[in-house]
Design a protein around this ligand. Structure first.
Ligand code: CUA
Length: 325
């Protein structure tokens, strides 16, 4: 019917541009500030070496055969060895001096967040002050200007946890727990990514980071602790579709009979910004596509495509998930 077939390899969901800030050079955290400073100082030092070395090379080409031996030797030793050694040593000292502060653990009493890398999404568990745990997925909320301690793990292969706007990255290694302290200092929405190649959907393993005021953060955490509310009408029919289609075998929705642990916890799915580990914005149209074209949108994803659902079932299912706020 005149439609152009788009090859799978260049197919992208239509709205990938919702991505939030993801630049290490636009820092919004204490660690990221240091890293951005380090980048600019390194760039300056590196440029200085480059200019001198290239300058000497150009000088040698433009004025061939006019140098006395002594002067030449001085230029080679001075410009080629002494000068780079001095600059590089100074840069190294500057960089190493930053390490102790970046590696210092968060003070006792800081919020601890456990994040586990799973092909190809993120399990996020908040340890709350009353000793309970709250699980969510692919979205991390942080209070501004407070140190956060991340405990980072992997269930399968090596991933790497990186929120470029907030600080450094660190590997998530199976069988071990790495720690990372971050102190966000600017309210906003940032993008976190997996920074270690981990298989087919590596580039689609991202997450949203919301840096909020203490009040907004407390309100979010309070709401995440509650189980899913009782549904009615269309959403209730959607809950039945969810349960009878087997979704609950992989996904948990606290307060219902769905208690799967293999896939992301969906208890408050409707409150999340994106679908599929920050692959596209969370809205009813995208959710419908996610359920029916899962593998076209995210090749390699473990979730099966549910093409068998009819329109009425789909509509109620999407309503149900959207109302899980
Ligand atoms: Cu996980 Cu790359």
């Amino acid at each position: 019917t005149g439609r152009i077939a788009i090859p799978l390899s260049i197919y992208r969901p239509p709205s990938m541009n919702f991505a939030a800030s993801q630049s290490a050079l636009d820092p919004a955290g204490v660690g990221a500030d240091s890293i951005a400073d380090l980048f600019w100082v390194m760039l300056f030092g590196g440029s200085l070496i480059w200019l001198i070395v290239v300058g000497l090379a150009v000088y040698a080409i433009v004025f061939p055969g006019q140098h006395d031996q002594k002067k030449t030797r001085m230029l080679v030793i001075g410009g080629g060895a002494v000068f780079p050694t001095l600059v590089l040593t100074a840069l190294l000292a500057y960089g190493l001096a930053m390490l102790p502060e970046l590696q210092r653990p968060a003070p006792d009493g800081s919020q601890v967040i456990e994040v586990t890398g799973v092909r190809w999404w993120w399990r996020v568990v908040y340890q709350t002050t009353d000793g309970n745990k709250v699980e969510t997925a692919n979205e991390i909320h942080l209070p501004v200007n407070e140190p956060i301690e991340f405990k980072l793990k992997s269930d399968d292969v090596i991933h790497a946890f990186w929120i470029p706007s907030l600080g450094g990255k660190i590997d998530m290694i199976p069988g071990r727990e790495n720690r990372l302290k971050l102190v966000p200092n600017r309210i906003g929405v940032y993008r976190g990514v997996c920074a270690e190649y981990c298989g087919e959907a590596h580039t689609q393993m991202a997450f949203d980071v919301m840096v909020e005021s203490r009040e907004d953060y407390d309100e979010w955490l309070r709401q995440q602790k509650t189980p899913a509310v009782e549904m009615s009408g269309l959403a209730k029919r959607g809950q039945r579709v969810f349960e009878s289609s087997g979704c609950g075998a992989c996904h948990a929705i606290r307060g219902t009979s769905s208690d799967g642990v293999v896939g992301p916890d969906l208890t408050h799915f409707g409150s999340r910004r994106s679908i599929g580990a920050s692959v596209m914005p969370n809205n009813p149209d995208n959710l419908t596509r996610w359920v029916t074209e899962t593998h076209r949108i995210k090749p390699g994803v473990e979730m099966p495509t549910f093409e068998v659902l009819n329109d009425a079932e789909l509509q109620s299912l999407v309503r149900y998930l959207g109302e899980l706020k």
